[in-house]
Design a protein around this ligand. Structure first.
Ligand SMILES: *Cc1c(COP(=O)(O)O)cnc(C)c1O
Length: 383
């Protein structure tokens, strides 16, 4: 089946009992067993260990990523934590993209490091730098591409080759492009990770996470952690996400086209300095963007000529664009990463990795692009 068919049908079919076209929300803690000897004969025992609604979303996401199976979690951070729990022991070392979601940096440095795991934040845009950072005790490579918020890209195929040659598990955070535009597993990665909070839900309604694994063995390790630590997704969230994901391809195409129009508008504006969008010819890794993904996504950033102060004026005054964290939903959002999503990354580290103070991040939603541009134009004219 093609992607847009799978996003609607994979993992679900009309309910055999009632004919209900949408799957029921199985809001039940526990599941009656036919007899002691037939324990688990229907596949479910207790909702921490498995729930039919959550399972339906897991199967759908596995289908969209062409993975072996999928585990869903309470949040994207729980998905990141599950990967660290599943593939790292005390004393092990992991390589992590030096630009990544702020929470990923925080959980590595402030939680897992306390239990003896070691981390190096490396420029995964440069495969040679990754290779050079591998130590005998390195077990895991966690790549975020495009990276939040700089949009730096990493070559998934090249990194997967290095990972496999060195017995590392390669996990790719695929949140920004989703399986509609980018297939990390087909490029050699072991796990494709998502904050389903973003494009997969797509409606600013839920927080959730997912890990799609390339093999049953990897999935089993993740599923053990999901059950053992209890970091599960709720049936209600899974059900809402199942509805959101049905329109993923339509939303992504439309939001990405709007992002391109907005990037071009900003590039031409005299008050705007650098504009960063992978679809622009001026984007430093434009060739890689076109080679490893089938779309450029709906995230972009710019810096204003007037620097941070001008950026604050824009973010505080622009109509229609909501000043908020989160991204990927139908509502357009504007964010100041340094004070919001990435506040826990130390100033020296931000400077080292190019996360500049004046950076203004845009998550382009599904509104009419003309309205989005007019709102920006009105705010920029006030600078
Ligand atoms: C938001 C985000 C996360 C964390 O997900 P939550 O659902 O907020 O816990 C991880 N990675 C990326 C790239 C993100 O944008």
């Amino acid at each position: 089946m093609r992607f847009s068919t799978k996003q609607i049908h994979a993992g679900t079919e009309p309910d055999p009992v009632t004919g209900s076209v949408l799957p029921p929300i199985y809001q039940s803690t526990t599941f009656a067993q036919p007899s002691v000897d037939e324990y688990l004969s229907k596949g479910y025992s207790y909702s921490r260990s498995g729930n039919p609604t959550v399972r339906a979303l897991e199967k759908r996401l596995a289908g969209l990523e062409n993975g072996e199976d999928c585990t869903c979690y309470s949040t994207g951070m729980a998905a990141v934590s599950a990967v660290l729990h599943a593939f790292l022991n005390a004393g092990d070392h992991a390589l992590v993209s030096q630009v990544a979601y702020g929470g990923t940096y925080r959980v590595c440095t402030q939680v897992f490091a306390r239990f003896g795991a070691r981390f190096t934040f490396v420029d995964t845009s440069d495969p040679a730098a990754v290779e050079a950072a591998i130590r005998p005790e390195t077990r895991l490579l966690l790549t975020e591409t495009p990276a939040n918020p700089t949009l730096a890209l990493s070559d998934i195929a090249a990194l997967s080759e290095i990972a496999r040659a060195n017995d590392l598990i390669h996990v790719v955070d695929n949140t920004f492009l989703t399986p509609y535009y980018q297939h990390p597993l087909a490029l050699g990665a072991h796990v494709s990770l998502h904050s389903t909070t973003k494009y997969l839900d797509g409606h600013n309604a839920t927080v959730g996470g997912a890990n799609v694994a390339a093999t049953a063995e990897l999935d089993e390790k993740l599923r053990f952690v999901q059950n053992a630590t209890g970091s599960i997704m709720s049936p209600m969230v899974a059900w809402l996400t199942l509805q959101g994901v049905k329109t993923l391809s339509v939303r992504m195409d439309r939001q990405s086209a709007s992002a391109m129009a907005i990037a071009q508008y900003l590039s031409d504006h005299p008050a705007v300095g650098e504009v960063c969008y992978p679809g622009l010819e001026s984007f430093g890794q434009h060739e890689l963007a076109g080679r490893q993904a089938s779309g450029f996504g709906a995230m972009l950033w710019c810096e204003l000529i007037g620097g941070l102060e001008a950026g604050k004026t824009l973010m505080d005054n622009v109509e229609l664009w909501t000043l908020a964290e989160n991204l990927g939903a139908v509502e357009s959002l504007i964010t100041h990463p340094v004070t919001m999503t990435h506040a826990d990354v130390e100033p020296e580290e931000r400077q080292r990795v190019g996360l500049r103070d004046g950076l203004v991040r845009f998550s382009v939603g599904l509104e009419a692009p003309e309205d989005l541009i007019e709102a920006l134009d009105a705010a920029l004219s006030r600078l």
